[in-house]
Design a protein around this ligand. Sequence first.
Ligand SMILES: CC(C)(COP(=O)(O)OP(=O)(O)OC[C@H]1O[C@@H](n2cnc3c(N)ncnc32)[C@H](O)[C@@H]1OP(=O)(O)O)[C@@H](O)C(=O)NCCC(=O)NCCS
Length: 153
Amino acid sequence: MRIRAAGERDLEDICRIMCSTEPFTSLGYTRDRCCEAAIAAVEEGWGFVAEDGGRVVGFVLFRVFDGFPLGGYIRAIAVDREYRGKGVGSSLMEAAERAILKYRGNVFLLVSSFNEAAIRFYEARGYVKIGEVEDALARGEAEIIMRKRRPAH
Ligand SMILES: CC(C)(COP(=O)(O)OP(=O)(O)OC[C@H]1O[C@@H](n2cnc3c(N)ncnc32)[C@H](O)[C@@H]1OP(=O)(O)O)[C@@H](O)C(=O)NCCC(=O)NCCS
C-alpha cells in the first residue's frame, strides 16, 4: 500500500468511494456533489490517495490556506470498507497533517455527531472537540468541530 498525491486520473475512484460510503450517503452527497468535492480539491492540488496493487482504496481531501483562518482543513476522508482497520486511514491523515502543519499551526475538521466511529478515530489521533454547529447538514444532527494543534518542538 502506498500513499501518493491525488490527480485527475483518481477522480472516478474518489467519487466511487465517497458516494457509496456513510456518512456521505446520509448527508445527501449525490454522485454529482461527491465529484464536485473531489474535483475542487484535486484542482487545488491538495489530496492524497492510498493505492494497493494499482487500485485506489482510500483518499483524503483537504485545504491548506483557504479553510479555517487559523489552520488547514480536512474536507473528507474515506477508505473502502474491506480495507478499513488496517492503518490506511491513519496513513492518509498523517500525510494530510504533514502537508498542513508545514504551513499552519492547526488542523481543523468537521464530523457529524452520529459518526461515532470517526469521532473515536480522530480522538485517537489527537483531535479535540472545540465546538459544534447544530442542524448543520442534517436537521437534528450537529457537525462537531475538531482541532489538532501542531506539536510544540
Ligand atoms: C474513518 C476511516 C477513514 C478510518 O480509516 P481506517 O483505514 O479504517 O483507519 P485505520 O485502520 O488507520 O484506523 C482504524 C481505527 O479507527 C477505528 N475505526 C473507526 N471506524 C472504523 C471502521 N469503520 N472500521 C474499522 N475500524 C474503524 C479502529 O478501531 C481503529 O482504531 P485503532 O487505530 O485504535 O486501532 C474509515 O473508517 C472510513 O472510511 N469511514 C467511513 C467514512 C467516514 O466516516 N469518514 C469520516 C467523515 S468525517
